[in-house]
Design a binder for this molecule. Structure first.
Ligand code: FES
Length: 99
C-alpha cells in the first residue's frame, strides 16, 4: 500500500453512472453519464482538475427513475448528497462545489 498525496484536492465529487442491462432503474438511464461528462468538461475547461476531482461511480444506493445521484465531499465540510439530479441542476451543484 502506498499513500497518495491528496492535498491538492479541495473537492471530490462522485456521480453515479451505473448502467444496469435490465429493466430496473439505474442512473445511466436518467442522465448520469451526461451529468458526469458536463461536470468533468467544465473542470477541465477551467483548469481545475488538480483541486476538483470528479469521479464516475457505480450504484451509490439511491436509484430512482428521475435523476442521478451525486455526492460532494469538500475538505473540512460534511458530505452533501443529492438525489434525482438532472442536467438542469448543474449550476446549483456547481455553486455548492465552489462555495
Ligand atoms: S444506480 Fe445510481 S444510485 Fe443506484
Amino acid at each position: 500500500m502506498v499513500l497518495v498525496d491528496g492535498k491538492t484536492c479541495k473537492v471530490a465529487v462522485f456521480v453515479c453512472v451505473n448502467d444496469r442491462p435490465i429493466e430496473r432503474v439505474s442512473c445511466a438511464k436518467v442522465g448520469g453519464l451526461e451529468f458526469y461528462q458536463q461536470l468533468k468538461e467544465r473542470v477541465k475547461t477551467l483548469g481545475l482538475h488538480q483541486s476538483h476531482w470528479i469521479t464516475r461511480t457505480g450504484c451509490l444506493g439511491f436509484c430512482n427513475s428521475t435523476g442521478t445521484t451525486v455526492a460532494v465531499f469538500k475538505t473540512g465540510k460534511d458530505p452533501i448528497w443529492y438525489n434525482e439530479v438532472k442536467m438542469e441542476h448543474l449550476e446549483t451543484i456547481w455553486k455548492e462545489i465552489n462555495s
